[in-house]
Design a protein around this ligand. Structure first.
Ligand SMILES: Nc1ncnc2c1ncn2[C@@H]1O[C@H](COP(=O)(O)OP(=O)(O)OP(=O)(O)O)[C@@H](O)[C@H]1O
Length: 570
């Protein structure tokens, strides 16, 4: 993607890049609007010329010209739709990858996801902005031309039509004022209900096993009821205004005929002009009626635009920079601090350390002390709020993301496998060769287990690794982490679901990686993995309380536990 315009957000810049498409659609709309005048002109010519002269060949010629004009209009209408569809595809190509990337980053920071919904919102915006819903925007600027034309025919007709246009635009504006809030609230409730339902479906076994079905359904329905109430409120008002507009338009059209008849009686205009003027006014008011009819979609698209725009501002694109060659991979943290908005105290507080290349380090500490957060910082999944992290001599933000990712192996606590084949999961959905994939699964000790699966490496897994046991998922996650022999391996409780054989396999894998010079960081509550480590970090309440050889750290933990015992007893 090209660099976004510095003064504008990326979504607006992307829309600007599509200006030629919109201009072309605008030009086609202009031609269509001009060709619309063919019908009233035909009417006037037939009445004023053919009926008086009784000339059939003139009638035939006029009819042919009208047919050609209407055919051209139909062709232009089709081309306009096609131009806008291509515009939508182009918009998707320019922005969708950025939206996807930004959602991954934001979800990682927030620790939860409403990603699928924002992607859907982007689609809603794109479909509206490049579909028939937007036609009224191209037609609106033509209203003045039609009005001028009517004034030109006769000022009274122009006056009636202008009054009509102002009345209808006023009603359309009233519609916006009356429905905006309710539609926005309905949208927010709808999002909540959608995210909650998605979450429930992902953990349906918990719901079914513990009889939570009724309770979660009630919870889900609360948000849904809010959404429905908002939509019903807005639709009620919208339908009142729509009916008022329809009524006003029909009345105005008849008033136009009445005014025309009055002028014709006065011999101020020809009788045929009465009908032609009525057609022109009808055409002038179509975009207003269209705007009201598509108002709900317009409001949804506008909200979607706001959310997507906000997301892209919140998570800006990484500026391109020269990729420096870096071979050293010692890990250095300097005054590392990480916060979340919901908590006053930082989760990680002013942490300093240096892990030498090839060193194996264990992280221990009480539950909730910040070990997993520290691991996520170490692998660059979340950026620190203060302080710096370096791999080798380079700050994390100075690494080229792909090159950085290739050097990192990460196994999170909940493994995080994706829907796809075993092979794709180990290959990180990338281009790894089968030799590399098998090599990683051999080191992880799961090659034989994979061969026993129904379709071996081509076995298809559901989201989260559905189809495998907890231990198998964890070991598959380990193989994915080991792919390409990373320089830094960070494992968050990799043995939580493993049996004895699995744990021995894991320990052997770590020894193997250590022998190859990989820097290893492993979080664990169990001590048997810790025999592999050279150094131990003890984290408590977000602080790195001790970083020393294991025996020193154990001694520190014993002493602080003894020191705290009388305090707890008291
Ligand atoms: N996204 C978040 N929003 C709010 N609080 C968070 C978030 N992520 C983590 N926390 C909080 O930060 C603290 C540290 O969490 P973390 O998962 O790093 O602990 P841990 O030491 O790995 O715990 P465990 O050993 O139980 O896995 C916890 O109190 C947790 O509630």
């Amino acid at each position: 993607m090209g660099a976004p315009n510095q003064d504008r957000d990326e979504l607006t810049s992307a829309l600007q890049r599509l200006w030629p498409h919109f201009t072309m659609a605008g030009l086609f709309s202009s031609a269509i609007n001009l060709l619309y005048l063919a019908s009233p002109l035909y009417l006037m010519q037939v009445y004023n010329r053919v009926l008086l002269s009784e000339n059939v060949s003139t009638l035939l010629l006029l009819t042919l010209i009208l047919a050609a004009a209407l055919l051209t209009m139909a062709v232009l209408d089709t081309i306009r739709a096609q131009v806008l569809i291509r515009c939508g595809v182009r918009l998707d190509q320019i922005i969708a990858p950025r939206v996807f990337e930004a959602l991954i980053v934001r979800s990682s920071r927030q620790g939860f996801s409403k990603s699928a919904h924002t992607l859907r919102e982007f689609d809603e915006f794109r479909t509206f902005a490049t579909g028939p819903g937007i036609y009224f925007a191209f037609d609106l600027p033509w209203i003045p031309l039609y009005l001028i034309l009517l004034f030109f025919i006769h000022p009274v007709l122009g006056g009636v039509a202008t009054f009509g246009a102002v009345l209808l635009l006023g009603l359309a504006f009233l519609n916006e004022v009356m429905t905006r809030r309710a539609l926005r609230a309905a949208e927010e409730q709808g999002t909540k209900s959608f995210v909650f339902a998605e979450n429930i479906l992902r953990h349906s076994d918990v719901v079914l096993a513990m009889g939570m079905h009724g309770a979660v359904e009630r919870h889900w329905r609360t948000n849904r009821a809010g959404m429905l109430a908002g939509q019903a409120y807005a639709s009620d008002r919208n339908s009142v205004v729509s009916s008022a507009i329809r009524f006003a338009r029909l009345l105005l059209q008849s008033l136009m005929l009445g005014a025309g008849a009055w002028l014709a009686i006065d011999h101020a205009i020809q009788p045929a002009t009465i009908f032609a003027a009525s057609i022109v006014m009808g055409r002038a008011l179509v975009p207003v009626e269209q705007a009201v009819a598509t108002w709900k979609q317009f409001t949804v698209a506008r909200e979607a635009f706001r959310h997507v725009r906000q997301l892209l501002i919140e998570v800006p694109a990484k500026p391109e920079h020269t990729v420096l060659p870096e071979v050293r991979t010692a890990l250095t943290a300097d005054h590392l601090t990480y916060r979340v908005t919901e908590r006053r105290d930082p989760i990680i507080k002013d942490v300093d350390f240096r892990i030498e290349e090839g060193q194996a380090v264990g992280i221990v500490g009480p539950s909730g002390s910040g070990k997993s957060t520290l691991a996520r910082l170490m692998v660059g999944a979340i950026p620190p709020d203060e302080g710096h992290l370096k791999l080798g001599e380079l700050e994390y933000s100075h690494w080229e993301p792909d090159a950085f990712g290739r050097r990192i192996g990460y196994l999170p606590q909940d493994v995080g496998l994706f829907a796809g084949t075993v092979k794709e999961n180990i290959a990180r959905f990338g281009e790894a060769s089968i030799e590399e994939i098998v090599d990683a699964s051999r080191i992880a000790g799961i090659h034989d287990m994979i061969l026993a699966l129904p379709r071996q490496y081509d076995t298809v897994l559901g989201p989260g690794g559905v189809g495998l046991s907890g231990g198998q998922r964890q070991r598959l996650g380990l193989a994915r982490a080991l792919l390409g022999k990373p320089s830094l391996l960070v494992l968050d409780e990799p043995n939580a679901n493993l049996d004895v054989a699995g744990e021995i396999g894991l320990r052997d894998a770590l020894k193997d990686m250590k022998a190859r010079g990989t820097t290893i960081v492993v979080i664990t509550h169990r001590t048997n993995l810790l025999e592999v480590v050279d150094m131990l970090m003890f984290v408590r309440a977000g602080k790195l309380e001790k970083f020393a050889p294991p025996q020193v750290v154990y001694e520190h933990i014993r002493q602080t536990a003894n020191a705290l015992a009388p305090v707890r007893a008291a």
